[in-house]
Design a protein around this ligand. Structure first.
Ligand SMILES: [Zn+2]
Length: 368
């Protein structure tokens, strides 16, 4: 679904389905053009304006205190994960709208009423985010909805569940990111399952108790976050080659944190990174111990710490690649294991690993 706007940006609306549902994203209009510059995103302050709804006709009004707290937590997540691009992200004001029968209003209608609470604040292009919380008793068919923006555009968010990992996901859309998906199978049985790349904020929010985890290398590169070029070993397929790289965990702020392999024939970029399940990733779904494989569209998919291979997708989306082994699809790889995936022009073997470092041998096939 899309909403034409009078401003310069025609934005796409993206939504996160209730977390048990699959592939409910609706995208139609073209993404806003981004400047074709390789320079890092310039630092800028963001602001959140929060609106709750008091509705006598439905249960589950979200309190101003809860809305403020959850928004502050998600905003703080992005201040940290933007690695300097977002210098601060404060909740500037919180207001409550009294609307009887609010569930009957669309996100667009709610946003337009909510924006009137903040006269003079521009929610398009000015790093201002309008976040509206509907009562949890409303049924919208999604848990959150947002604009597809660019890193400093700001935008609007509609939340039906006041949960930090869901708000962080929607704010990620405002920043210009699309979903994190998972690819399983090989050859003609290859399948992409939207939302199930469960590393970082742009997958599905797997329950209230899990943290989003660090923003991954492909999406950091898409946003041109400061320091990314420096922390990435860039390789391509112009010659067959084998390289051994020592990776620090992807959430670290120093050292080599990613390998990018660009296929010179297709232009597709792949990333390798080490998810060690600690620090920013400590409370994530994949780092939780004792979880067995997850059934994703009838396939058994394993999420745990290790070497992660992803493919950058259009418009800031990302796909987690998996290796099939013993009837399961493994999204990460550990010492002695090799990542390989059909159609991907390299393999990557974990030579050795510690809790905070991983040596990876990358063998690239020529593809020009
Ligand atoms: Zn989404």
């Amino acid at each position: 679904m899309s909403v034409p706007r009078p401003g310069a940006l025609r934005r796409t609306l993206v939504l996160l389905a209730a977390w048990s549902a699959l592939t409910v994203t609706a995208v139609s209009s073209a993404p806003p053009a981004t400047a074709a510059s390789s320079a890092a995103a310039s630092p800028r302050a963001h602001r959140a304006y929060v609106v709750t709804i008091s509705d006598p006709r439905v249960s589950g009004d979200v309190s101003a205190a809860t809305a403020t707290r959850v928004t502050r937590s998600a905003a703080s997540y992005w201040t940290s994960e933007s690695r300097g691009a977002i210098t601060s992200f404060a909740v500037k004001q919180t207001r409550t709208m009294r609307i009887s029968g609010s569930c009957g209003l669309t996100a667009g209608q709610l946003w337009s009423r909510a924006a009137k609470k903040f006269p003079g604040v521009d929610f398009s292009g000015k790093a201002n985010h309008l976040v509206v919380y509907s009562p949890t008793g409303c049924r919208y068919g999604y848990s959150g909805l947002a604009d597809a923006g660019t890193v400093h555009s700001g935008g609007k968010v509609h939340m039906v569940y006041p949960r930090m990992n869901l708000v962080a996901h929607e704010l990620g859309h405002n920043l210009g990111l699309m979903h994190s998906n998972v690819r399983t199978g090989k050859g003609s049985s290859t399948r992409t399952s939207e939302y199930y790349g469960l590393y970082g904020p742009m997958g599905i929010g797997m329950g209230a108790r899990y943290a989003p985890g660090a923003l991954g290398a492909a999406q950091r590169a898409f946003l041109k976050l400061p320091g990314e070029a420096r922390s990435t070993v860039a390789l391509d397929t112009s010659t067959a080659q084998t390289r051994t790289v020592t990776l620090k965990p992807t959430h670290w702020r120093s050292g080599t944190r990613a390998v990018r392999i660009t296929d010179k024939r297709t232009g597709i970029s792949y990333y390798l990174e080490y998810r060690n399940g600690r620090g920013t990733d400590d409370a994530t779904y994949y780092a939780a111990s004792g979880l067995g494989p997850l059934t994703v569209q009838y396939r058994s998919v394993v999420y745990r710490s290790g070497l992660l291979a992803t493919q950058a997708k259009r418009r800031g989306g990302v796909e987690v690649l998996s290796t099939g082994r013993s009837g399961r699809w493994h999204t990460t790889h550990r010492q002695g294991q090799t990542f390989s995936s059909s159609g991907v022009p390299f393999t990557a073997t974990v030579v050795s690993q510690t809790a905070t470092s991983m040596k990876v041998r990358v063998s690239i096939k020529r593809s020009v």
